[in-house]
Design a protein. Sequence first.
Length: 220
Amino acid sequence: MTGNGQPSTQPASSFRAVVWDFGGVITSSPFDSFNRFEADNNLPKDFIRRINATNPDTNAWAQFESNQIDLDEFDALFTEEARQQGGGISGRQVINLLRGDIRPGMVEALRRCKTHFKTGCITNNTRSPGEWDSMLSGTMALFDHVIESSKAGMRKPDPRIYAMMCETLGVNPHEVIYLDDLGINLKPARAMGMATIKVASEPQALAELEKLTGLTLVEH
């Protein structure tokens, strides 16, 4: 099954690469941390996500992830965006919520995929101190190539970032399986011809990835 619930029309042997998002896929979702912060600070649920969804191509978050502004500028801009939405949270507070927990099952699946497929990671990230502290040592080495938005100067869902990964890995989009926890980031990948998996949970994503790859990724 693909991420939109439709059976894959491609045999597993037609795939040559598996490309992963990082936060919310290899690690637990930062949205969980956002919701805990909101509950603890009397903010509406998904308040932070609502800020990030307002003017998504030009807001503070978009500029920070594409390395157009530094941490101080992001802090000021995001804090003002939150104020305009009626809440009190600073940009630095949000950055501190990004740390996720590594999902061991996903890392093991990545390790097994690497023995049969090319592997890549496309991640929208920032260069703020400490954001990547949650990584297990060596996790990123499992990818043949990593594209970070803060270094590439572009971010998902810009189609160019997916094309960049395909070119680097030497594959066509229809030979790629792509995993992400956000539908907005899966849409352009699917439009290019990739098979997509929307990661709602680790067991669900691994089950779908097993079907597409034909590999045993978890012990049954």
